[in-house]
Design a protein around this ligand. Sequence first.
Ligand code: ADP
Ligand code: MG
Length: 519
Amino acid sequence: MTPILELRGITKSFPGVLANDHINLSLNQGEILALLGENGAGKSTLMNILYGLYQPDEGEILINGEKVVINSPTDAIKHGIGMVHQHFMLIPVFTVTENVMLGDEAVKQAGFLDRPRAAKRILDISNKYNLAVDPDSYVRDLPVGVQQRVEIIKLLYRDAEILIFDEPTAVLTPQEADELFLIMRTLVQQGKSIIFITHKLREVLAIADRIMVIRRGTVVGETLPENSDKNTLASMMVGREVNLVVDKRACHPGEVICEVQNMVVADKFQNIVVDDVSFEIRAGEILGLAGVQGNGQTELVEALTGLQHMVSGKVTLMGEDASKFSPRQITELGSAHVPEDRQADGLVLPFTVAENLVLCSYYKQPYAKGIVLQYNHILQNAEKLIKDFDIRTPSAMTSVGSLSGGNQQKVIIARELSRPIQFLVASQPTRGLDVGSIEYIHKRIVEKRDEGCAILLVSPELDEIMELSDRIAVMYRGQLIATVENKGISKEYIGLLMAGVVPETPIEPAADHVIEATF
Ligand code: ADP
Ligand code: MG
């Protein structure tokens, strides 16, 4: 059978990076092909070539066995190729129908908008593929999962046969992701063909018919979900054995480094969002702060790092009353912060990697003499950290904004962990990262603990909390509802606490019963 799509020897380089190196790929009709790879592996580049956004340096594209040239998205659509981007391209104040009609060639040629007919067609498409989209609703009123389905309708409306989904689940809740998988199944049952891009192992195993793994621009293997598991896929992706379980010795807590007493924090509407919270963290231990997102964790971290004022309460860091300290004063005490929103709070995107690596210390020796920055020292520091922390960047002078999310996060981790610190606040340190980077960052955090650093780890990922923490505090509606030793307790127990229920006794761990799907 001739594949519906074939890519032969596709090669594309950007300054300093070979993003795609002679990639061959074939897609059969009615199949879901997963393209799995770490951040920066070259997945989006390949798909942007297929969609006509980039031109390949070499290689060819065949559709139903015929060579085609795709110079633009318009060409791609003419050949039946459609792409659902990570960032939607919808106009919020328009209805679904208006959004779908927008830019459609047929509409342009006819020169007028036949809304009722378009609405009818959208409804038919929605019904045929179980998309449950109302053509008359305004896009701004739709949840993200439904907006994504509008993007899918846009493609089907233009008769796309090959659908490309680039990391579609990144913006979805776990429930929305499951709904999307059902839709993808319906699409292929009705004869469409799908390329599904992801770096999440669970997802490829759940939905793919066939899996292709790419690493650093080349195809490193192909497999079927039934013949593989998370560990083999992770190793293919990263190119070495990956430990999905963190290797961690018993902890030996020392003196109290961080003490929070009766902390109260309000949000901008004056609602109390951190309500009389007290805890302490000792040198050499990791306290995991668990909780469903939005239960006050963000504000607690902001108060602890000087980004927000407390209404009342006391914070003592390294023996000093830091209750009214600014972020810089807290940094100077010897504390570090890996922020939740790395692009907004952790990096200056237009600055170079080298500059971002000294953001906390650029005004001091050896990086500055008076007001003159010492570029040779800044560069030396960067070269060392790029190597030590395996930051994938064309050079130290590349702007941080052009790196992949995983590498941006490594820049922050490198900067924060390479300083002599006694206290680390790590907020969702691995959000959106692939397994290779997650393993790496987890190892670094545990190393820091073993060096005697006190660590507060904040994460909505229960797995991460349970793997790394020595003690776990659970936050619910602004309060710490329990703090427990992370020994012999089950996920169910923490899960119940996260839902605000305090069980009488910690439930014994049940090996085969996993509740991660609930959260
Ligand atoms: P993925 O989608 O697998 O995360 P990408 O295809 O986005 O990876 O990136 C592959 C490599 O190409 C990365 O090193 C990235 O920094 C680089 N890259 C991607 N797009 C551009 C661009 N427009 N200019 C320069 N470099 C780019
Ligand atoms: Mg990508």
